[in-house]
Ligand binder design. Structure first.
Ligand SMILES: Cc1cc2nc3c(=O)[nH]c(=O)nc-3n(C[C@H](O)[C@H](O)[C@H](O)COP(=O)(O)OP(=O)(O)OC[C@H]3O[C@@H](n4cnc5c(N)ncnc54)[C@H](O)[C@@H]3O)c2cc1C
Length: 460
């Protein structure tokens, strides 16, 4: 019987669901799957993106762990594609590869002052508060007044983490350095800015409601943003999500404020114009243009410029994928070009400007690096199904590796001195973090240092 030796690069939800779906799929060949990740712990953004005070979503890790524990998948953590293994290596040892490397960079915000000291990408801050091993341990939390640019859930996560009292995060798995950093923060006001009106936000109702329940934080919304036109009124009437958001915001309009020590302000119809320099290269103020509805579902500038003093700004305007060595990349969209998960390379006869229209046999994609950084964890499942369907149907086009044995990749990693961590290693780290948590009366305390993660995993 034919056997598919499959490499999956990226042990986030897209990679793990791809493995699970393939193992359960109807097929007339055997499979043997190796899952690689450059982090010593699996689960991608579920561990390093989803906010620590969202334990229900973090709980998805239990389902993903069930897949890994099924016994049919080998895990190679602490192995970076492009450094520790290359595409040529994979071609030598596997019949195919699925890239599920996600998106971890901040999308650019193209306004003057975006690179000033005190202007931060949301992705970097998220990595810090979720204990990502590759970001610095300390975060400069010195601002009293902060702007957060963006009207999606990441903007809400960032704002909530900035404005929430650190003690209210103690029941979560936040690392000790994150608690200490947040606990010392002098913040009083966080201002969230979005270009559109309240009926066009990308927040989900649940996440929005959650910020209204924070201890000792007043929600501030501004009456001038609630002058709805016909389209906005129709959106409230016809869309349940918009209806709940509108209801929540209007409840806050009626709430008494003034007693809390911290405030979260929501500013709508605010298009970022500039981040102002204090003369020494640091953020001093945020300038925006008031917008208005254009009657066609969008907004236009009114020419009215406003400004607010702030000492830090967080840009939560989206994530962006990273290019992988020897793998085609669409620099505009930040994704690996593909047709339903089959990776496409440029038409070689058309040079560097050619369209991505030639299937690159043996190479597949899944998750955020396939379709861009939008959508919830659940969406990566349907994504993986589509990719796996093609992988199965493409049997005749798979690579024909010269060393397909399961030992050969282990020998290669050992020969290169790569300190990979296996599934047992993850179990060791998991137990260790739970024990650290238990000793401190908490559910878990994450290990943040990469060397320590590797040492605990490998029981060294
Ligand atoms: C801040 C934030 C909060 C979120 N909150 C929620 C939420 O509450 N609920 C929800 O449903 N969704 C949430 N999401 C969305 C969710 O995280 C994504 O839908 C999902 O993680 C995408 O899965 P993925 O597997 O494509 O990518 P990822 O989860 O990013 O996994 C990619 C994996 O690839 C690995 N990798 C990358 N490059 C390499 C390389 N060169 N070599 C080896 N490995 C590599 C990475 O280490 C990572 O483990 C959130 C996203 C963000 C950014």
């Amino acid at each position: 019987m034919t056997k598919l030796r499959l490499a999956i690069v990226g042990a986030g939800p897209a990679g793990i669901y791809s493995a699970d779906i393939l193992l359960k799929a109807e097929r007339n060949f055997e499979v043997s799957i190796d899952l690689f990740d450059h982090l010593p712990a699996p689960y991608g953004l579920v561990r390093y993106g989803v906010a620590p005070d969202h334990p229900r979503i973090k709980g998805i890790i239990n389902a993903l762990r069930g897949v890994l524990d099924s016994g049919d998948i080998r895990v190679f953590g602490n192995v970076r594609f492009g450094v520790d293994v290359t595409l040529d290596d994979l071609k030598k040892h596997y019949n195919a590869v699925i890239f599920a490397t996600g998106a971890v960079q901040d999308a650019d915000l193209d306004i003057p002052g975006a690179s000033l000291d005190g202007s931060y990408g949301a992705a970097d801050f998220v990595s810090w508060f979720d204990g990502h091993p590759d970001v610095p341990r300390t975060w400069p939390l010195e601002a009293r007044e902060i702007a957060v640019i963006g009207n999606g859930n990441v903007a809400l996560d960032v704002s909530r983490m900035l404005v929430k009292h650190a003690d209210d995060l103690l029941p979560t798995e936040i690392p000790a350095n994150v608690y200490d950093g947040l606990n010392a923060s002098p913040v009083t006001d966080v201002h969230v800015f979005g270009r559109r009106g309240p009926t066009s936000v990308k927040f989900t109702p649940l996440e929005l409601r959650e910020v209204g329940e924070l201890n000792d934080v007043d929600m501030i919304v501004y009456d001038e943003d609630f002058d709805y036109d016909e389209a906005a009124t129709a959106a409230v009437a016809s869309n349940k999500q918009v209806f709940v958001i509108d209801k929540t915001l209007n409840q806050w309009r009626a709430r008494e404020t003034g007693t809390a020590s911290r405030r979260l302000h929501l500013h709508f119809f605010a298009k970022p114009v500039e981040i102002i320099d204090d003369g020494a290269g640091r953020v001093a103020a945020f300038r925006w243009e008031r917008t208005t509805r254009d009657g066609a579902g969008g907004v236009v500038g009114t020419g009215e410029i406003r400004e607010i003093p702030i000492q830090a700004v967080y840009r939560a305007v989206g994530y962006f994928g990273s290019e992988l060595p020897d793998v085609p990349f669409d620099k505009k969209r930040g994704v690996i070009p593909n047709r339903e998960g089959q990776v496409l390379r440029r038409d070689p006869s058309a040079g560097t400007g050619g369209l991505f229209n030639q299937q690159m046999y043996g190479v597949y994609v899944s998750g955020w690096i396939k379709r861009g950084p939008v959508g919830l964890i659940g969406h990566t499942k349907s994504d993986a199904m589509e990719t796996i369907r093609h992988l199965i149907n493409d049997l005749g086009n798979w690579w024909r590796p010269e060393s397909p044995s399961e030992e050969s990749i282990v020998e290669l990693l050992n020969a290169r001195g790569v300190k990979y961590t296996g599934l047992d290693g993850w179990h060791n780290l998991d137990q260790h973090e739970l024990a650290l948590g238990e000793a401190a009366g908490r559910i878990r305390i994450k290990v943040v240092d990469r060397d320590e993660m590797v040492a605990v995993s490998r029981a060294e």
